[in-house]
Write a protein that binds this ligand. Structure first.
Ligand code: SAM
Length: 248
């Protein structure tokens, strides 16, 4: 998978050299290219922002550098390869595990993290007419820039790529994962030692009984979801719950 990131703070993306994403890059599973937006400016101050039409506080990112950057990056694709443009913005659609799964199936993503009050709207319109453009929010809060959202999204997407996680089954039981735990958060997990500060391990996990363990995990997932995210249960497909869930 190819990932391009256009930013005025390329150094902010350095964590993409670390851990899971860094290893995936080193193994050639991810081709990550970080670009400095200021390379596509032509004045001596490398200006990327200007005052907003209509007045108001803050600055807006100018369309010209974004247009030149995106044209050049898109033209660097092989043959008729077309990227999906991912535009981080608090006013976008929520970034969910479902969207991470969908984007992990795309061969090429271009991220456009902004600063200030965001990018001149005409850029989104211009590319939206020719490309698959996704305006995406990582949560209901406002950050100073889109670089941290890009780190969040890239990590969520990269760990879903075949061969990136050591154990391909690791994300099977994750919170939000389709399958046995669909619509539920993952329940608590334990490791050695068997006793820590007087606290033991739930008996069932030591039983070796796969059926009982699976049932216990399912029940704990249900209880945790009910406690922390009742909205997930309310909007879930009732068919995804079994009789025991409904009794809880
Ligand atoms: N005035 C904008 C608004 O209220 O929607 C906020 C702009 S914010 C200060 C600057 C940039 O940070 C955004 O254009 C976006 O790239 C990024 N950003 C901030 N919060 C975000 C979030 N929750 N999800 C995704 N990107 C975000």
């Amino acid at each position: 998978m190819r990932l391009d990131v256009v930013t005025i703070f390329p150094e902010y993306l350095e964590p993409l050299n670390v851990s899971l994403v860094g290893k995936a890059r080193a193994r050639g599973q991810l081709d990550v290219r970080v670009h400095d937006l200021r390379n596509w400016t032509h004045d001596k101050h490398n200006t990327v922002d200007d005052t907003p039409y209509g007045g108001g506080p803050g600055m807006v990112m100018k369309p010209e550098p974004w247009g030149e950057a995106l044209d050049e990056i898109i033209a660097s694709g092989q043959g008729d390869e077309r990227p999906v443009l991912v535009v981080p913005t608090p006013s976008g659609r929520p970034f969910t595990q479902e969207l991470a799964v969908e984007l992990s199936g795309k061969p090429w993503l271009v991220f456009t993290p902004a600063r200030y009050e965001g990018i001149d709207r005409r850029v989104i319109e211009e590319y939206g007419e020719r490309f698959d453009v996704r305006e995406v929010s990582i949560g209901d809060y406002v950050l100073a820039g889109g670089e941290a959202p890009v780190l969040v999204m890239v990590e969520a997407i990269a760990r879903l790529l075949p061969g990136v996680l050591g154990n391909a089954e690791s994300h099977r039981d994750d919170s939000f994962a389709p399958g046995a735990m669909a619509d539920l958060l993952e329940g608590p997990v334990y490791t050695k030692p068997p006793e820590w500060r007087g606290r033991g391990i739930p008996e069932v996990l030591l039983s070796g009984h796969h059926g009982r363990i699976a049932r216990w995990r399912r029940d704990e997932a249900f209880k945790r979801t009910d406690r922390n995210r009742p909205d997930l249960i309310e909007r879930a497909d009732p068919a995804s719950f079994d009789k025991k869930d409904r009794e809880m």
